[in-house]
Ligand binder design. Structure first.
Ligand code: NDP
Length: 482
């Protein structure tokens, strides 16, 4: 089994303690590689390196920084197959999807580089004569980037890319379960020519390494994506030194299918999108509220689509859904399915271990459809983060808005209706950051994601809005009086 190192100040290093931990292949349950287990001392070294690199990096022209991001995009394209291999073997992403992720990663980096050159400040009128004031965008400083395991490559680059391009220096702490993807990503940044100390990589458990980052006085900003509960722990820790925190957190996203919807299209499209990446996406619908008049039809068509999904080993080209990314997540989803059964829900399809002997040792689960759920069931209340479609019945617009909004999350929602006015009315009434009408959620780099609704996040990610989060507006005022 191969051992990997961390990247601090432009050098590949072991943890000071010499300790390592394994990552696993979720398709076989076997150990995949070893990464260092950092402690406070390693974190401190990385912070010192990032602080030392900051002044020069922040003073580089925007054009120069953008060029490096373009070179990184070229590296991602050149080494796409190595990234795909890690996505497949360390995360369980089906190979076809992993190829799509690698290309989307390069495209997103090119987009990040291009929009960074158009970031604008502001010029404001001043109440004094012959005086002008302006707001200039400047980097925040040293930024800790803590990423989740669910879409590892995309998560890392969508946070490290905008942080670095705007003149911040970074310390990346990837999720433990797919740390080696973090190693590969940072290796490509090194190859692209990022100066030493601008990006650093620390591996190790979130509880200790994450805490060392969140409390370190040398860190100015935390950019985190992960569970809401972890986010709250980080917010508390980071408050000790008043760090800026931007966080994309959990979701339990409602999708409302009205009686006047194109039900066939809604069921087919939602089922087609739901189970990609084993539904381990923050934007995956957690609750399908379907009007009683079209309920049976929706359940039937949705289930027929789900039956077409081929569960298999992720390196086989025909596989539509691979394993879940880790054992804990599989156990949690199994618990939620069993609880749903006990609470009276109807398992329409799936939810059991596949029968194929080749999948015996991996963290596989057949995609599940669970109908006749009620709003108070555990499976409808909690974020699932696994291949389960939860279907509930409603009878009026007023009722469904109330149910949809009754959640501690507010990430995104969907509405299916052929009545445009009604759908727009619902977008106003739904307390979420994004709403998709007559389409499943489709995220694209150009639009912001996340936001500030309930426990789903703090600040924006992606797009120009997400990039601006990595900058401060510095006020500069000058007189041009004689
Ligand atoms: P976690 O919150 O468990 O972990 C995320 C990261 O935080 C990991 O790197 C983890 O390290 C680290 N971490 C854990 N504890 C701490 C701590 N005390 N201090 C600092 N860092 C810590 O999330 P998951 O990885 O399980 O990801 C799934 C969650 O992410 C879901 O809730 C999902 O909704 C959310 N998510 C939200 C997105 C959005 O856009 N809103 C997008 C993607 C995911 P380690 O791996 O070592 O435990």
């Amino acid at each position: 089994m191969k051992s990997y190192k961390m990247y601090i100040n432009g050098e590949w290093v072991d943890a000071v303690s010499g300790k390592t931990m394994p990552t696993y292949n979720p398709s076989t349950g076997e150990e995949y590689g070893l990464v260092p287990v950092a402690d406070k001392e390693d974190v401190d070294k990385a912070v010192k390196a990032a602080s030392a690199a900051l002044p020069e990096w922040a003073k580089k022209t925007q054009q120069d920084r953008a060029k490096l991001i373009m070179r990184l995009a070229a590296q991602v394209r050149e080494h796409a197959e190595e990234l795909v291999e890690l996505e497949v073997y360390e995360h369980g992403t089906p190979v076809m999807l992993a190829r799509g992720f690698a290309m989307a990663a390069a495209d997103q980096l090119e987009y990040i580089a291009s929009i960074s050159r158009g970031l604008m400040g502001q010029v404001l009128p001043h109440s004094m004569p012959n005086t002008v004031g302006y707001l200039k965008r400047v980097p925040i400083g040293v930024c800790a980037v803590i990423t989740p395991w669910n879409v590892p490559l995309m998560m890392m680059l969508s946070m490290v890319g905008p942080a670095a391009v705007t003149g911040n220096t970074c310390i990346l702490k990837p999720a433990s379960v797919n740390s080696i993807l973090g190693v590969k990503f940072i290796e490509l940044m090194g190859k692209a020519g990022f100066p030493k100390g601008v990006v650093n990589l620390i591996t190790g458990p979130g509880g200790s390494v994450g805490d060392a980052l969140s409390t370190h006085p040398g860190i100015d900003m935390i950019r985190f994506t992960g569970a809401s509960d972890t986010g709250k722990v980080i917010l508390k820790a980071a408050s000790q030194t008043a760090k800026k925190c931007v966080m994309e957190l959990g979701g339990n996203n409602p999708v409302i299918v009205c009686e006047d919807a194109n039900v066939e299209k809604a069921a087919k499209m939602q089922a087609g999108r739901h189970y990609g990446n084993s539904a381990q996406n923050c934007s995956t619908p957690g609750r399908y509220y379907v009007h009683e008049k079209v309920y049976d039809k929706f359940v039937e068509v949705f289930t027929e689509e789900v039956k077409k999904i081929k569960v298999g080993l992720p390196w086989e080209e025909s596989t539509g859904m691979g394993p879940m990314a880790n054992k804990q997540q599989l156990e949690r989803v199994n618990y939620l399915i069993n609880t749903a059964k006990e609470q009276g829900a109807r398992i329409v399809y799936g939810g059991e271990k596949p029968k194929d002997a080749a999948l015996e040792k991996g963290f596989f689960l057949m995609p599940a459809v669970i109908a006749d759920c009620t709003h108070d069931m555990t499976i409808a209340r909690e974020e699932i983060f696994g291949p389960v479609g939860v279907i509930l019945k409603f009878s009026s617009e007023e009722e469904v808005i109330k149910l949809a909004n009754d959640s501690e999350y507010g990430l995104c929602a969907g509405v299916w209706s052929e009545d445009g006015a009604k759908a727009l009315r619902m977008t106003d009434d739904l307390r979420v950051d994004s709403v998709f009408i007559n389409m499943p959620r489709m995220m694209t780099s150009e639009f912001p994601w996340g936001g500030n609704v309930k426990e789903s996040g703090v600040g924006k990610s992606d797009s120009v809005c997400g990039m601006e989060e990595f900058t401060d507006l510095k006020f500069i005022c000058t007189s041009y009086d004689k």
